[in-house]
Design a protein. Structure first.
Length: 360
């Protein structure tokens, strides 16, 4: 007996038919090379999880100037495209579907990743906290505020990255607008205090997201493009004075583009990522009429109930997928789950990465 019929019902995302409503959430794992080229073990890792209706890769830098995480992959040069191909082929060989998450870190990068240059952001406001560099933990620096000419160049870099993702065999791309990275820095008023066309009202703060999304859709096709947002997320020192207004506006504007999906990361109470703020997800459900993915602290029962209630269409699982390559099989069988090993989240090698046991 299938105890989670809604989670196991088929769905459509853009032109893709998904056999179930499990999405693997994007997760940075630091298994690429020091110069941000994907490695063969990444093909093994993603293929192991290809039972998911949809896989979303770890965040992947669109440009060398947007990177800032040790051993995270990129998609700005030919070597990276060539090294992503075995990943997408391995997933497709197991009849899976995979989107690439497009990432620019903005103010959360560090000069050590940028040839000594300052990272950039909407405004010259530093995040509180520290970042990991090759020299160990260092405080975030105050970024340089982008000029409008530079903003236009970065929009073009997103589009070029989408073209490269397509060439690498991905089924689509997810624009990383969450978790305090560049797009989120523009969206929220803690980090965006611009007085030009890119700052001020929710509409102006959403302008960069909209320009990026339209450019990426233009480079490929809107129904191959998803967007991820984290309206109440506090990671990377983020907050907003009115998340419902900020993200409600963004979702209404995205709704008009005919995207593959909107992916909202907003952790449930009781989960380790939960922030005690009123949820914005119900507002976004009304604002965005396409497929909606929710994420954050879901287990199969909560996921099935949320889909059954019509609150969302699909659920992304992060840590459960990290520790259980055969998550979909385990849920179907009602089997026990592997516990995650938090000590190996970002360490090199197969341990705690591609060596989690399956049931068989
Ligand atoms: C190790 C790790 C890496 C993550 N990296 C990313 C990332 O690259 N991009 C992103 O949007 N979210 C990232 N996240 C957040 C997850 O996608 C997800 O939102 C979070 O784990 C909550 O979902 P869960 O409760 O199902 O794990 C990461 C989370 C973890 C645990």
């Amino acid at each position: 007996m299938n105890r989670h019929p809604h989670l196991f019902s088929p769905a459509r995302v853009g032109p893709l038919s998904l056999p179930n409503r499990f999405v693997m959430a994007p997760m940075t794992r630091g298994r690429a090379t020091a110069d941000n080229v994907p490695t063969p073990r990444m093909a093994t890792y993603y293929a192991q999880r290809a039972d998911a209706g949809l896989l979303v890769t770890e965040a992947t830098a669109i440009a060398a100037t947007g990177r800032g995480w040790l051993n995270a992959p990129g998609i700005w040069n030919d070597a990276q495209v060539a090294a992503w191909r075995p990943v997408t082929s391995a997933v497709h060989a197991r009849r899976g579907r995979i989107f690439l998450q497009l990432w620019h870190m903005g103010r959360t990068s560090h000069p050590d990743f940028l040839g000594g240059e300052l990272p950039v952001g909407p405004s010259a406001i530093a995040a509180k906290g520290e970042t990991h560099t090759a020299k160990g933990k260092q405080p975030y620096v105050t970024p340089r505020a982008l000029t409008t000419v530079e903003i236009a160049r970065i929009v073009g870099e997103y589009a070029a990255a989408a073209t490269r993702a397509r060439a690498a065999g991905f089924d689509g791309v997810e624009i990383h607008g969450a978790n305090g990275y560049l797009i989120d820095q523009f969206l929220r008023d803690c980090s965006n205090q611009r007085t030009d066309a890119y700052g001020g009202s929710p509409g102006k703060r959403a302008r960069f997201l909209l320009e990026v999304t339209e450019a990426v859709a233009g480079a490929w096709s809107a129904d191959r493009v998803g967007v991820r947002l984290s309206p109440t997320g506090a990671y990377n020192d983020m907050r907003d004075s009115d998340p419902v207004a900020t993200f409600g506006h963004a979702a209404r504007a995205l709704d008009r583009l005919g995207l593959a999906y909107l992916h909202v990361s907003e952790a449930l109470p009781g989960s380790m990522f939960h922030v005690p703020l009123p949820p914005v997800l119900p507002t976004l459900r009304k604002a965005f009429r396409g497929p909606l993915i929710a994420n954050g602290g879901y287990d199969a029962a909560k996921a099935d109930a949320a889909i059954a209630a019509g609150e969302v269409d699909l659920i992304a699982f992060g840590v459960p997928f990290l520790a259980n390559p055969d998550l979909v099989v385990r849920v179907r069988k009602g089997a026990a789950m592997n516990p995650p090993d938090f000590g190996t989240l970002y360490t090199p090698g197969d341990q705690g990465y591609s060596d989690y046991p399956t049931l068989r």
